[in-house]
Design a protein around this ligand. Sequence first.
Ligand SMILES: C[S@@+](CC[C@H](N)C(=O)[O-])C[C@H]1O[C@@H](n2cnc3c(N)ncnc32)[C@H](O)[C@@H]1O
Length: 180
Amino acid sequence: MASKLKLHQTDEILDVSAGTGLLADMVMQKSGPFKRLVLNDPSEGMLAQAKYLLRHHAKVIEFTSHFSENLPFEDESFTQIICLNSFHYYVDQKAVMAHFSRLLKPGGTLWMLDWNRVGLFKVASFLIDLLSPEHINTRTLEETRQLCRANGFTVQDEEQWGFRVWRFFFLRCEREEKSL
Ligand SMILES: C[S@@+](CC[C@H](N)C(=O)[O-])C[C@H]1O[C@@H](n2cnc3c(N)ncnc32)[C@H](O)[C@@H]1O
């Protein structure tokens, strides 16, 4: 994701599941500071690590703790939304995608990278869900692309690849001008 992202200092950015802030640390070094950077994660433990990692940028980063199904930001608050390695955790993925569409300004970009439920990885994903205490709902690239389109996004770039048994997809979508 770090190699794909194209961010500018004028951007208003939401990383919806920022985890320990590893990606934010990279983008801050490469292209920051930004007009607005919000690092969100419902896990206070993850956020605590992100706050420590990014302690030298504390004044220019907002940290929030919400589930992606319920993001309480105003409509059209952001020019960029990043969703990295977390969509498969979301219980209500349709609601999350509707939030992404609502929160992005027209012409804004949604960046997604996640597990891809194709081939043998379908079995691996099923087993991970079975054995993990967490909710795992891995989607295919095609399913995610359809969900994006149904929520007012135009797909601009996509890619899928494998690493050992794992399968991944990347999607870059633009929020269409016309609101839903
Ligand atoms: C595998 S980590 C990825 C973190 C970060 N994006 C990265 O790649 O380093 C997945 C993150 O999704 C978060 N998460 C789980 N369920 C979520 C939800 N419903 N809404 C928002 N974030 C969620 C977890 O707390 C965790 O930090």
